[in-house]
Design a protein around this ligand. Structure first.
Ligand code: 5MM
Length: 342
């Protein structure tokens, strides 16, 4: 694969009016979300839900790429069309989550390491043949008493870099996702310091593994105070801390940064992304957009509740959140837009 091909895919994913839709919940995560809403936790209900997402009318106006989970890449919608083909027909680039989840990091209590490197080259070749053009791997970093340790940061960074180079070899654009979790009572400043350290370790590892920065995308957390922190900072403080951290850590050769939402409310995720654009217009060397799962899907999932008769309203809600975020990624979002559901 020519590096110019990877660059083209990365640039298409970072389309100025759009962002990414993460619909790569593993079976366990998807079932947990279904359970909370009383939706049956079966393969057929997970298929129906993913059908609802990929067939949402006009989704392609706001979404450039969708991240699938292994279970969905071979699944079809009701009429027999493969979900991946539904996406391609809409002009949405299909991607695939290729990590195999985070497990406890032995001898480092409270920390995790993401698995999935064994046999990855072969799996990536299969996914490419099935039509995927980008991939995703998520590493999880927790802030707490004495953590994260340097070992956890470096081990996760190394795995992310190995994954990224294997993706590029296979013709897939790697989305590199080091997530510093929101859980905890840490301050905005602590999140900034940890994210800074993590991003330096990740880019150092990517550099050492000869990853082509122009053919990758970074999927980070925003710089936020912990969910239990008594101080919840303003939109402006979050926007400034986040963009300044990236300006210091992310090379300009990287085409784009696409945020995870991490458990923020849907509206806050849009407002914060929007504030970054209004405050740093023309001052960022990369595209800055979204790759949300919960902050796009949650209202739709709650409206659907597993019932076919709710599909149309759920799709309207899904489109609406994608639309709000496509406005936010241009700095054009306003809270009044929350009422504009057509
Ligand atoms: C969809 O959730 C992805 C992880 O799933 P598993 O934990 O089941 O493996 C996750 O990587 C997701 O793509 C990102 O965290 C973005 O999702 P949020 O909800 O944070 O926007």
């Amino acid at each position: 694969m020519e590096s110019s091909d990877l660059k083209k895919i990365a640039e298409s994913l970072m389309n100025k009016n759009k962002g990414l839709l993460a619909m790569d919940e593993s079976t366990g995560t998807c079932n947990k979300r279904f359970e909370a809403l009383g939706i049956p936790q079966t393969e057929e209900y997970r298929r129906k839900y993913r059908e609802l997402i990929v067939t949402t009318p006009r989704l392609e106006e706001c979404i450039s790429g969708a991240i699938l989970f292994d279970e969905n890449i071979d699944q079809s919608i009701e009429d027999g069309t493969l979900m991946i083909d539904v996406l391609k027909k809409k002009g949405i680039i299909p991607g695939i989550k290729v990590d195999e989840g985070a497990i406890p990091l032995d001898r480092f209590p409270g920390e995790k390491i993401t698995e999935g490197l064994d046999g990855l080259g072969k799996r990536l070749a299969d996914y490419y043949n099935k039509g995927a053009r980008f991939a995703k791997w998520r590493a999880v970093i927790t802030i707490g008493e004495g953590i994260p340790t340097l070992t956890a940061i470096k081990t996760n960074a190394y795995n992310l870099a190995r994954y990224a180079v294997l993706c590029q070899q296979a013709g897939l654009v790697p989305i590199v996702e080091p997530e510093v979790l929101m859980e905890g009572n840490h301050s905005l400043q602590q999140c900034s310091e940890v994210t800074h350290q993590v991003l330096h370790a990740v880019f150092n590892a990517l550099f050492e593994q000869h990853v082509d920065f122009e053919g990758m995308i970074l999927k980070p957390n925003m710089i936020l105070p912990g969910l239990e922190s008594p101080v919840q900072d303003s939109l402006e403080a979050v926007a400034d801390a986040t963009v300044l951290c990236f300006l210091r850590c992310v090379p300009a050769a990287v085409p784009g940064i696409a945020f995870l939402s991490g458990g923020q409310s849907e509206q806050l995720a849009s407002e914060r992304l929007n504030a970054m654009h209004t405050r740093f217009k023309d001052k960022m060397p990369w595209e800055l957009t979204f790759s949300f799962s919960r902050a796009i899907q949650q209202p739709a999932l709650e409206a659907w509740k597993g019932d076919d008769k709710n599909v149309a309203i759920a799709q309207k809600l899904l489109y609406h959140r994608a639309w709000c975020n496509s406005k936010a990624r241009r700095g054009e979002y306003t809270p009044e837009m929350e009422k504009e559901i057509s």
